[in-house]
Design a protein around this ligand. Sequence first.
Ligand code: NAP
Length: 251
Amino acid sequence: MKIFKNETIWIVGASSGIGRALAINLSNQGANLLLSARRKAELENLNQDLGGIHTVVPIDVENKEDIQNTIDEIRKSGIKINRAIFLAALYEPQKIEDLDIDFCEKLFKVNVLGCFSFAKNILSLMKEQNSEIKQIALCGSIAAYTGLPNGQPYSASKAAVQNFTESLKVEAPKNIDIKLISPGFIRTRITDKNNFPMPFMQEPEDAAKAIAKGLKSKKFEIHFPKRFTLQAKLLRALPYWLALPLTKRLK
Ligand SMILES: NC(=O)c1ccc[n+]([C@@H]2O[C@H](COP(=O)([O-])OP(=O)(O)OC[C@H]3O[C@@H](n4cnc5c(N)ncnc54)[C@H](OP(=O)(O)O)[C@@H]3O)[C@@H](O)[C@H]2O)c1
């Protein structure tokens, strides 16, 4: 069934992994897509695979002017965005004693400030636009729930996105739906960098299916796979005296 028919959906981070799989899923379900990331060639190949019917909008979210200018261009074009999904992120697993602070700065510019700037600008565009469906979805992670060993600076950046999205949910007008996407382990170039066991690993197509379903649901958080995220939520709910010795065992 083409349940996204006549909807315009902007995916930032569509050139690989979860974003690419989501683009394929939503295209198959009738959506008109704006496909964004830095790698234009990857986006154009994806668009070709999807019949060349979508629009490629290269963007570097590390650059706040690029975000602002792209959203201004969309405003001028008159395109109405129904759903804006921000999946762009960088990842390198590091131990705190080996942290590369220059990389931390770059990662925070993309994962956190890029996300904040995108959300601020798209919220203001959506407020001006008159359409029935208006939604902003930002991507956290189960890594945001609790500080795990060897997970910085990525985990802290995702905790910032999660916290920001909670605030956005309560600040945004009622007619703009806000979603937090919290994936578990998904097989992409991000998890390819990990050399520790990753329980309940899923494929990008599974993630895309869960996200597509979640975008249409009334729930704030789209988290998957549930058999893993529910355990992670339980760990987060424990008092520190119990939770910290448990997380230490993951070292
Ligand atoms: N894989 C997992 O296990 C997992 C788990 C939890 C959460 N997540 C989240 O899921 C989202 C997608 O990640 P993924 O696993 O699919 O990894 P991925 O394949 O590396 O996807 C990341 C996307 O972000 C884009 N991107 C990176 N820097 C950018 C920049 N400066 N400007 C614009 N786009 C940029 C990349 O495209 P370009 O390189 O072409 O710019 C790519 O399309 C991320 O937010 C990630 O944190 C993933």
